[in-house]
Design a binder for this molecule. Structure first.
Ligand code: PLP
Length: 405
């Protein structure tokens, strides 16, 4: 009789967004006349920009002619896209990243998950708490997280680094030495950013203890402050210890198109002297058949002059929404964090409510959906995440409603 990988069976059953979905569905079935405003899931709401749509159409047309037809793409990504990424994201900032250090993917989620495959199971993982759940769950699935302890909502073999009001939502260097450190800034869910000097401390630490940093930079486009790095490679020595993940989802609105990339510098070496770049190339060659030509052409269009302007405008639209939420909630007496370099606002639940109590309260009284902070980890208890992804009208209406909740 076949057996399943028991690491899958160990995952706790109730997934945050599935729970939210169930509650919202039950509410809307019971109250079909009520308009629900959704500021929960981090999914964009604005349509694709004209430059991207044109590139999608043109690339589809290429596929219709024998002379310009494309079959299997390169597993590491088309050179035209990797070159555009290098020029616009790295060389433009004075950073020396080359095309063969870029691996194109179908969005950051796949690689933030698959990267856990290339490290030894003996490696110890450190994550922020609260955390984007994929880092922990995928390490659990490959057997690196130990056992799930329901009472503490933690895995026995993961180092959790609490990010709380006391430390301004920035992790402190762990007392137990990790081998793999996941950092995500600007952060999901807290919306808080890290300064270049603060990130340098992590890079220095990783080099000292021989750890690798997996830096999730999915929200880079939302950075507004000068002292916040757009790439971890702005820190000295990061090319020897850090992998960077990027996505087209939240800047160019590609959540439904699917495109991202991972930077694996050639200078990173394991304890045995293996090149991580070569190991990752091997992983991709074995497990991945590349991203469709049409989608990669759309990604290239994001870096055209028109594409850059349209992308900036789209991000500015969400940034403005974030500002409206922060200002509105602060005026209404809420304590809010984030929203300055991020589309996420992390607010403190009022009157000592738990995160889920506040969720139920907002859903039932004013029909606004957010995300309970405790769903991202125990240190998220007492907090609530709102996103800037919606129309201006809905954001304004949601704020008025929350003020009266
Ligand atoms: N990383 C973080 C921190 C995210 O919040 C998300 C999506 O919400 C992702 C990665 C996944 O992004 P993608 O759409 O590129 O898979």
């Amino acid at each position: 009789m076949f057996e399943v990988n028991q690491n899958y069976a160990k995952l706790p059953g109730s997934y945050l967004f599935a729970n939210i979905g169930r509650k919202v569905k039950a509410f809307s079935e019971a109250n079909p006349d009520k308009k629900i405003i959704r500021l929960g899931i981090g999914d964009v709401t604005e349509p694709l920009t004209p430059a991207v749509v044109k590139a999608l159409k043109d690339a589809s047309e290429d596929m219709a002619h024998a002379a310009t037809f494309h079959g299997y793409p390169d597993y590491e990504g088309a050179y035209f896209l990797r070159h555009a990424i290098v020029e616009n994201e790295y060389k433009a900032r004075g950073l020396d990243i080359s095309e063969d250090e870029i691996f194109v993917n179908d969005g950051a989620k796949s690689d933030s998950s698959d990267l856990s495959d290339i490290f030894s199971l003996n490696n110890k993982v450190a994550v922020c708490d609260p955390v984007y759940p994929v880092y922990v769950n995928t390490n659990a699935l490959c057997g690196r997280a130990g056992d799930y302890i329901a009472a503490t909502e933690r895995w026995s073999n993961i180092i959790y680094m609490p990010c709380t009001e006391q430390n301004a939502f920035l992790p402190e260097l762990p007392t137990e030495t990790p081998d793999i450190i996941y950092l995500c800034f600007p952060n999901n869910p807290t919306g808080m950013a890290i300064t270049r000097d603060q990130l340098q401390v992590w890079v220095d630490y990783a080099r000292k203890v021989g750890a690798v940093i997996i830096y999730d930079d999915a929200y880079e486009a939302y950075i507004t402050e000068d002292n916040v790095p757009h790439s971890i490679y702005e820190c000295e020595g990061a090319q020897e210890c850090a992998i960077e993940m990027r996505s087209f989802s939240k800047n160019a609105g590609f959540t439904g198109v699917r495109l991202g990339y991972t930077v694996v510098p050639k200078a990173i070496k394991s304890a045995q002297g293996d090149s991580l770049n070569k190991i990752w190339a091997m992983h991709q060659e074995m497990k991945f058949n590349g991203v469709s030509y049409i989608i990669q052409k759309a990604g290239e269009a994001v870096y055209s002059e028109q594409g850059k302007k349209e992308t900036r405008d789209m991000v500015a639209f969400y940034q403005n929404n974030a500002k409206t939420i922060v200002n509105g909630l602060t005026e209404a007496g809420y304590t809010c964090y984030g929203g300055v370099n991020s589309p996420y606002i992390w607010l403190k639940t009022p009157n000592g409510m738990t995160s889920w109590q506040f969720f139920d309260h907002l859903l039932n009284t004013v029909n606004v959906v957010g995300t309970p902070g405790s769903g991202f980890g125990p240190s998220g208890e007492g907090f609530f995440r709102l996103t800037a992804f919606n129309s201006q009208a809905n954001i304004k209406e949601a704020l008025e409603r929350i003020k009266n909740a």
